[in-house]
Design a protein around this ligand. Structure first.
Ligand code: PLP
Length: 407
């Protein structure tokens, strides 16, 4: 299948690797193939130098010390290492972790595992905007709390949490603050030290780098944070993550970080304008279109829209031969369940099922947005034309009051 003419608006799932990143990686597959841990010959030295350079580029993007970067296979591993690693390392201090119901599955599933290992986890609800309730957070922290884990930006809605306020509360209470910043790093300014984040996960393939490589920032001073390794072996990465370093991947992540640092500010402005154009176009063309999550506190390239009385998966099928997006009826299971993130916003089955996430990226063009507005509009109109529910709605029947018969 040729995807060259298709329109990709699913950058929160994964971003294309920037060609400049690919080019930088290539020599490290065969020309410079050394093991960065081979300390006794030039093959190893060259690989190590490349890794050091990448570590600096990444540290530079998030304003931390390069020694605070632990390379992993991606954000899933970084989240697991942070959560389980802190749980094990700080077991004498306590066993309680606080997180949000709207976190990525990797955080939620790590927390479930921690509960099985004897931990206690509080899952805080979010408000209609998708934001954490700071008072609820403060009240949830107790003597046994060792860690608060709150994502920087949500993958489904793009909603950005009040990181600075959360950091203040954690500092006040003397608990560690970890953040899954996978969706924020490289797209908006992210500075963990400035907001009091002690551990932070991110990944290459959400910031125009390669798949299969990511990092965990671990604060080194005030406080000196340590995590118990989950991968044991040669003691790489200061003993926190063993395994031969993925040199081409790391070089790619480094280059991606350098490019993001340079281009992020302009890119955010350009994408916000395109995103707003998309949103405005949909709202002008169609009735009953809703933006899900906070409009003020969100990523510049994301919009999550509900098209009332239209089933999202079905709608998607009207244009997914040409346009790649995600629907809010996540296929996390065989059955079509509405997204737990949207349900947590209080959306209700109906609106959650009718949602589509559009996530723009570095290679999105204005022409593509124009086409998307047209095709999605046509799709929604088509679905609504066929829908008895829509007809009832247009006739002014109060759908809430209809007594549906059970079969
Ligand atoms: C994509 C994503 C992950 C998983 O990252 P991988 O590198 O694919 O393991 C974790 N958290 C969030 C918020 C994500 O968007």
């Amino acid at each position: 299948m040729n995807q060259d003419r298709l329109i990709y608006l699913d950058n929160n799932s994964t971003t294309p690797t920037d060609p400049r990143v690919v080019e930088t990686m290539l020599p490290y597959f065969n020309q410079y193939h050394g093991n960065a841990a081979s300390r006794n010959h030039p093959f190893g030295w060259i690989a190590e130098e490349a890794v050091d350079n990448a570590r600096n580029q990444i540290a530079d993007l998030i304003s931390v010390d390069p020694r605070e970067i632990i390379f992993t296979s991606g954000a899933t591993e970084s989240d697991n290492l942070a959560l389980k690693g802190v749980f094990e390392m700080y077991s004498r201090k306590g066993n309680h972790i606080i997180t949000l119901t709207t976190e990525h599955k990797t955080v939620l599933d790590s927390c479930k595992k921690i509960e099985k290992m004897g931990g206690e986890v509080t899952y805080l609800e979010v408000n209609r905007e998708g934001l954490v309730d700071l008072d609820a957070l403060r009240n949830a922290i107790k003597d046994t709390t060792i860690l608060v884990s709150i994502m920087w930006a949500n993958n489904e809605t793009g909603v950005i949490q009040p990181m600075e306020e959360i950091g203040k509360i954690c500092a006040e209470k003397g608990v560690l603050f970890m953040s899954d910043a996978t969706q924020a790093v490289g797209k908006v300014p992210v500075n963990p030290k400035e907001v009091g984040v002690h551990l932070m996960a991110f990944t290459g393939h959400k910031m125009y780098g390669p798949k299969g490589v990511g990092a965990l920032f671990v604060n080194r001073k005030n406080p000196r944070v340590k995590v118990t390794s989950q991968m044991d072996g040669g003691g790489h990465e200061r003993g926190m993550r063993s395994g031969t370093l993925n040199v081409p991947g790391i070089v790619g992540l480094g280059k991606a970080a350098e490019l993001c640092k340079k281009e992020m500010a302009d890119e955010a402005i350009r994408l916000a304008a395109l995103r707003d154009k998309l949103e405005k176009g949909m709202k002008e063309n169609l009735e009953e279109v809703y933006v899900n999550g906070s409009v003020e506190n969100r990523m510049p390239h994301v919009t999550n829209l509900s098209f009332k009385h239209v089933e999202g998966e079905g709608l998607m099928m009207t244009f997914n031969q040409n346009i790649g997006v995600s629907s809010g009826s996540a296929c996390t299971s065989a059955s079509l369940e509405p997204s737990y993130v949207l349900m947590a916003l209080g959306l209700g089955d109906d609106l959650a099922h009718s949602s589509i996430r559009f996530s723009l990226g570095r290679f999105t063009t204005e022409e593509e947005i124009d086409i998307a507005i047209r095709q999605v509009t046509d799709g929604v109109n088509h679905m609504r034309d066929l829908s008895p529910i829509w007809e009832m709605y247009k006739e002014g029947i109060d759908l809430e009051s209809v007594q549906w018969t059970e079969h």
